[in-house]
Design a protein around this ligand. Structure first.
Ligand SMILES: [Zn+2]
Length: 149
């Protein structure tokens, strides 16, 4: 957890308590400048289930989503940390929604919304493939196929 004042990454936890949203609120103190700040951290205790188009369910896989995005943004001016942030934001929103199951189509829409704000070309690339398949899993496997060629 980076200190908002001096950017030092080493902080000590002073207090820790769960919030209603399922995250943990932590009071931290920077070990360098002693600045105190609060962080909200996601606790991944309850696995989030993604409901696919065919009705089957699987555990939300952040790395899989990130991998697909990195591929669809290939040679575009979007950095991996930007995509990681995008995926983190989506994950946070998913957990904050307090639902145990999320349709994969909804995740696809969330990705597109955010991607559009980052880079139009990547958005179009993602959307054209994704909308045709209407399912993030089909899309991701298709991307993998394209990479092999
Ligand atoms: Zn500091």
């Amino acid at each position: 957890m980076r200190c908002p004042v001096c950017s030092n990454e080493d902080s000590k936890v002073i207090d820790s308590r769960p919030t209603e949203g399922g995250s943990i609120r932590r009071r931290r103190e920077c070990r360098v400048c002693k600045y105190r700040f609060t962080t909200y951290e996601i606790v991944e205790v309850i696995p989030l289930l993604v409901v696919k188009k065919n009705g089957s369910k699987e555990i939300f896989d952040k790395q899989k989503l990130l991998g697909g995005l990195i591929k669809s943004c290939y040679k575009r001016p979007i950095s991996v940390p930007q995509l990681e942030e995008l995926v983190d934001n989506i994950e946070q929103d998913l957990y904050n929604s307090l639902r145990a199951e999320i349709p994969s189509t909804e995740i696809g829409e969330m990705v597109m919304k955010r991607l559009k704000a980052l880079d139009e070309v990547s958005y179009v690339r993602f959307a054209s493939v994704y909308r045709e398949f209407k399912d993030i899993d089909t899309f991701l496997s298709e991307i993998k196929e394209l990479q092999k060629k």
